[in-house]
Design a protein around this ligand. Structure first.
Ligand code: CA
Length: 235
């Protein structure tokens, strides 16, 4: 994905240099000349990094930085004509990630942007993290949310159905006896009246069938118990 850089700079000649330097490195540059415009832009499209000029027509870049830091961890590089020690210290104290003084080398600026992005990149949790990938049988357990999905659809399971299916899924193709499943799912003797593995397997199958009538991921082993198929099949 192309990193998006928000450039807040009111001098077109400087904006052009920055735009050229970053675009040639493969970044997408969004240029705004006012703090107000920049803030509007950020509410519409999140950016990976912002480059802020300090002297802007509608205020100081430091003010923008201060407001940004209340709600955002977006990396910020200050690009200023003012080489005042105070600005630099204040900028870094307010949470800027780097400070570059004009005039600047476009290549150095691009290198610094890259360095900041490299050290601030965070892993993106999404549906493709290893334990969220569906097995070949189309099932995936999301333990954090205590839900199981079948063919990308969330199964509406009772607590016992969830635990039962989760137990089977932990070891595909392993045959669990009813007693083993009971121990795993109903460890509380007081819940013994609920202890009907067969009943819960039946309701589970009905829910899976609602999503995919052609494949039953659960296999019955007569006299032995149940297992979950590792992949789709009829055997
Ligand atoms: Ca300026």
């Amino acid at each position: 994905m192309t990193p998006r850089i928000l450039l807040v700079e009111d001098e077109p000649s400087i904006a052009e240099i920055v735009d050229f330097a970053l675009t040639s490195e493969g970044f997408q540059v969004i240029w705004r000349t006012l703090i107000g415009e920049a803030e509007t832009e950020l509410t519409v499209t999140p950016c990976d990094l912002a480059i802020l000029d300090l002297g802007l027509p509608d205020g100081s870049g430091l003010e923008l930085l201060k407001r940004l830091r209340r709600s955002s961890e977006m990396p910020v590089l200050i690009l200023s004509a003012r080489n005042a020690e105070l600005d630099r210290v204040l900028g870094l104290e307010l949470g800027a990630d780097d400070y570059v003084t004009k005039p600047f080398s476009p290549r150095e600026l691009a290198a610094r942007v890259k360095a900041i992005l490299k050290r601030t990149v965070r892993p993106q949790p999404d549906a493709d993290t290893p334990d969220q990938r569906p097995l070949a049988n189309g099932l995936v357990v999301d333990e954090i949310r205590a839900v199981i999905r079948f063919r990308n659809q969330r199964l509406d399971l009772t607590r016992y159905e969830y635990l039962l299916l989760k137990t089977l899924l932990a070891q595909p193709e392993r045959v669990f006896s009813r007693a083993q499943l009971m121990d795993q799912v109903w460890p509380d003797p007081a819940a013994s009246f609920e202890r009907s593995v067969d009943t819960h397997i039946k309701t589970l199958r009905a829910k899976l069938r609602d999503i995919d009538p052609d494949h039953d991921p659960i296999r019955t082993h007569r006299g032995l118990g149940y297992s979950i198929r590792e992949r789709d099949g009829f055997s």
